[in-house]
Design a protein around this ligand. Structure first.
Ligand SMILES: *[C@@H]1O[C@H](CO)[C@@H](O)[C@H](O)[C@H]1NC(C)=O
Ligand SMILES: *[C@@H]1O[C@H](CO)[C@@H](O)[C@H](O)[C@H]1NC(C)=O
Ligand SMILES: *[C@@H]1O[C@H](CO)[C@@H](O)[C@H](O)[C@H]1NC(C)=O
Ligand SMILES: *[C@@H]1O[C@H](CO)[C@@H](O)[C@H](O)[C@H]1NC(C)=O
Ligand SMILES: *[C@@H]1O[C@H](CO)[C@@H](O)[C@H](O)[C@H]1NC(C)=O
Length: 560
């Protein structure tokens, strides 16, 4: 009797578990990826387009939805898409970087299947291999709150995506082969706003980006720096930018005349249309180098007859690091609002969790095999033919060595497929050290982190911890590191998988400034990591391996 009751109870739990999953809506997207020729600044540019659009379509979804994105590669080179800032909870199988996925070959289709589990906010996607990002192929991602969780501000009149980024007029393949030969690629030529060239007063560029608004209303702009090389300062003439969200967490609303957005970062800002009806400049200018380039779009009040004219509004001195650093410190987490979950963000007291691992990753430029490359702690990433994730799953030898990433001292320069071992459920302090004169931007896949401190023109030491913000630092997935400085982050290792750590500067990442963190759960359970996808692509040393059949949540793995 008791045995039957227990059996029925187990059946009931299984039924509940499966209905819970089925209740999260599915969204199906079909993408055909092609090259397109785009006229730009008097030249013809080869860009990567999705369904004939550049930028690609904005993915609009809601927390916990299941996305099914069927990518058809009509380029003549292997392709992968990566979802910048999407955590791929329990499923690095879908992360779309060289260490997790075999590329989609020309003429092939592959369907990504992933859940935007426990996330809200603003992100973007881009093609992650073969230097493709320099040819575009990017697009926005918006994840709305579930209806049961309040947003900490009133619904805006509209929700705009603004993808701003530097661009080089040289074809991406030519830049790529120059880098392969240790030749420089120089500075970008222009800043694009949603793929469009700058507005020019007087009308010599008819194809500029324009946002039409109504007087008195408040709009949300989701701004991402999708460029390859430079930080940007973004501003709207005569209007304030009020930051409310960054890469998946809500910030205390904080208003600025202009906002620094570093490579790979995303912000939501609210803008109130409180000026007289006219057209205004929206500007994104490159920072931390002399000779700023300006991307220019137009904010058009719908009853305006007045073209934007005159000089574009000046931003802060592009070389003023203190401005940037102080602004970054002034953006705080909103502790009282819920986000993907109803409990307040601040109920997670990240500053009180004991740190179980301290890691330092230092950036450098190195020469290896007569090639100019970039490195982390002296290791320049060697990309194997076999994705690390597959090598790990099938126990294939000779692809990578666990724990091979140096975690403190900079050693002599070496090519290495470096992998950091992180214990599941540990809590890490990671200090990005930047001895170079160039600003850096670092990203971690799979987990978001609290950015607790920055230093500029100073060496990190244990006493730097006294400056950490242990209460209301923002949680995000990409952080800048100032020249000759450091940035400290804290994160909880709560996502099993193989996660990319990379410089968001494309030339640096392409030339070795990346590595992987392997988060392993010895319990070996499909509760903490999804099983190998049935449509997984095999390549390298995994060719010919058998794909084991589907494996669902086992009865012994259900929490009672
Ligand atoms: C993906 O798209 C291709 C090309 O249209 C199609 O042949 C394939 O069946 C699609 N795959 C899935 C899983 O829908
Ligand atoms: C930047 O800030 C630091 C620390 O507050 C200060 O020592 C330094 O003089 C400032 N530099 C400039 C150029 O303002
Ligand atoms: C923080 O979130 C709450 C919602 O809980 C909201 O009412 C409040 O305005 C937000 N604070 C700031 C400074 O944005
Ligand atoms: C950086 O630090 C050095 C030595 O502490 C100092 O001489 C120099 O002025 C600083 N540079 C800036 C830009 O603050
Ligand atoms: C994990 O599960 C797989 C598949 O059932 C099995 O082959 C492997 O030996 C298990 N590993 C451990 C450490 O239990």
């Amino acid at each position: 009797m008791a045995a039957i009751a227990k059996f029925l109870a187990i059946l009931a739990v299984i039924a509940l578990a499966s209905t819970a999953q089925a209740a999260d809506p599915d969204q199906f997207l079909d993408w055909v990826v092609t090259f397109q020729n785009l006229p730009l600044l008097g030249t013809t540019q080869r860009v990567i387009a999705i369904n004939n659009q550049f930028p690609g379509p904005t993915i609009k979804t809601t927390t916990n939805n299941n996305l099914h994105i069927n990518v058809t590669n009509r380029l003549d080179e292997p392709l992968l898409f990566h979802w910048n800032g999407i955590q791929q909870r329990r499923s690095s199988w879908q992360d779309g970087v060289s260490g997790t996925n075999c590329p989609i070959l020309p003429g092939q289709s592959w369907q990504y299947n992933f859940q935007v589990k426990d996330q809200i906010g603003t992100f973007f996607y881009y093609p992650s291999i073969n230097f493709h990002k320099a040819a575009g192929g990017y697009g926005g991602i918006q994840i709305a709150n579930r209806v049961v969780i309040a947003v900490p501000f009133l619904p805006p009149a509209d929700d705009f995506t603004l993808l701003a980024g530097d661009w080089q007029l040289r074809d991406y393949r030519s830049s790529r082969s120059r880098l392969d030969k240790s030749q420089g690629i120089g500075r970008p030529n222009v800043v694009l706003m949603n793929g469009k060239a700058p507005y020019i007063a007087g009308g010599s560029n008819a194809n500029f980006e324009k946002f039409t608004v109504e007087s008195g209303k408040i709009y949300r702009f989701r701004i991402s720096n999708v460029g390859t090389a430079q930080s940007l300062n973004v501003r709207i003439q005569s209007h304030k930018l009020c930051v409310v969200e960054t890469e998946g967490s809500y910030t205390a609303k904080t208003c600025f005349d202009s906002l620094d957005i570093h490579l790979g970062q995303s912000y939501s800002v609210l803008v109130t249309m409180d000026q007289s009806p006219a057209d205004y400049y929206i500007v994104a200018s490159t920072k931390f180098s002399s000779g700023s380039l300006n991307g220019v779009a137009i904010l058009h009040y719908q009853n305006s007859n007045t073209a934007a004219s005159g000089t574009i509004p000046a931003g802060p001195d592009p070389l003023d690091v203190n401005f940037s650093l102080n602004q970054a410190l002034s953006i705080k987490w909103n502790l009282t609002t819920g986000a993907a979950r109803p409990n307040p963000q601040g109920s997670y007291h990240y500053g009180q969790i004991p740190i179980t691992r301290v890691i330092q990753l230092s950036s450098s430029s190195v020469t290896l095999n007569n090639q100019a490359r970039f490195a982390i702690n002296g290791q320049s990433y060697l990309t194997p033919d076999t994705p690390l994730k597959l090598a790990d799953f099938y126990n294939i030898d000779g692809v990578f060595t666990r724990g091979s990433m140096r975690t403190s001292a900079v050693g002599s320069p070496v090519m290495e497929t470096s992998v950091l071992e992180l214990d599941y459920k540990s809590f890490v302090e990671l200090v990005f050290v930047n001895p170079e004169n160039e600003i850096q931007s670092w990203h971690l896949d799979g987990m978001s982190f609290w950015v607790v401190g920055f230093g500029f023109n100073e060496t990190w030491s244990p006493s730097s911890r006294s400056k950490y913000n242990l209460v209301d630092a923002v949680s995000r997935s990409t952080t800048q590191v100032y020249p000759r400085g450091w940035t400290a982050i804290l994160f909880s290792v709560d996502n099993v998988g193989m996660w990319n750590i990379r410089s968001q500067c494309l030339r640096r990442q392409y030339l070795g400034q990346e590595g992987y963190a392997r988060v392993f759960n010895p319990e070996n359970s499909t509760r903490t990591e999804t099983w190998i996808p049935q449509n997984v692509l095999l390549c390298g040393k995994a060719i010919g391996k058998t794909i084991p059949g589907p494996r669902m949540l086992g009865i012994d793995e259900i929490d009672f």
